[in-house]
Each structure stands twice: as C-alpha cells, then as structure tokens.
Design a protein around this ligand. Structure first.
Ligand code: TYC
Length: 127
C-alpha cells in the first residue's frame, strides 16, 4: 500500500556515510600501498593590520577625518584611535586581507599628500 511505502521512506535510516578521506590505493608495483591524502586543508588567508604613525605636523582633525573616511569608524572611535597614535606613536586602524590593506595605505597616503601633510600609514602581516 502506498501509505506503508511512504512511511518506510520517511523513516529509512540515512545511507552510508561518505568514504574515508585517506583511501589506500593499490598500484601495480607488487602490492605496496600508498596513502593518498584526500582531505582538503585550506588555511585562512594571511591578514594585515594597517597602522597609522604619529608625526608633529599633521592636524589632529585631519587624522580623525581620515580614520572615519577610510576605516569606517564613527567620530568617537576615530578620535580615540587618533589620540592613541598621538600618545603611543602608532595604532592599528583596521585589519584586512593583503589587497584591501594595501588599498587603505594608498588612500591614506594620497589624501595626506593632497592635503600637504606628512601623515604616514603602513601595513604589516599579523601573527
Ligand atoms: N601629533 C599630531 C599633532 O599633535 C597629531 C597626529 C595624530 C598626527 C595622529 C599624526 O597619525 C597621527 N598635531
């Protein structure tokens, strides 16, 4: 009866789990066994922190606006980061993939150059 079959289908135990990842492969070299690695090991990408450096000439307000603009921080957070740079000599403005970090550095350098300020920005790999 159809209903019985449907019940059977609905309660059927799951099929076999997938085959193991390390599957022995027998070659024609006299019976030796080679373990072929099948597991995929994808490492997370290297991340980069973008640091802004202190100097004696760039106005504080300019630094705050740059941090807001290019690092997507609200004014409060941007001000705190700027003050940390001012007091400690440098601070992290954000952490990004390599390409994005390089773009941030370029954008800050370009804005500083345009405005005639010596503001420095660098990126470095973390961990
Ligand atoms: N030290 C600067 C001043 O007193 C302000 C400043 C802060 C400059 C952060 C650069 O990355 C910087 N005007």
């Amino acid at each position: 009866m159809l209903l019985d079959r449907m019940k059977f289908m609905a309660t059927k135990t799951p099929s076999q789990p997938p085959a193991p990842h390390n599957k022995p492969v027998r070659g024609d070299d006299g019976g030796s066994v080679v373990l072929e690695r099948r597991t995929q090991k994808t490492k997370p990408p290297q991340m980069y922190q973008v640091l802004m450096l202190n100097d004696d000439y760039t106005p504080m307000e300019f630094v705050v606006v740059v941090i807001q603009e290019f690092f997507n921080k609200d004014r409060e957070t941007a001000t705190q980061i700027m003050l940390k740079i001012h007091l400690d000599g440098k601070a992290v403005c954000g952490v990004y993939s390599r390409d994005v970090a390089a773009t941030k550095v370029d954008q800050v350098r370009e804005a500083a150059k345009e405005a005639g300020h010596p503001l420095q920005c660098v990126s470095e790999p973390i961990e």
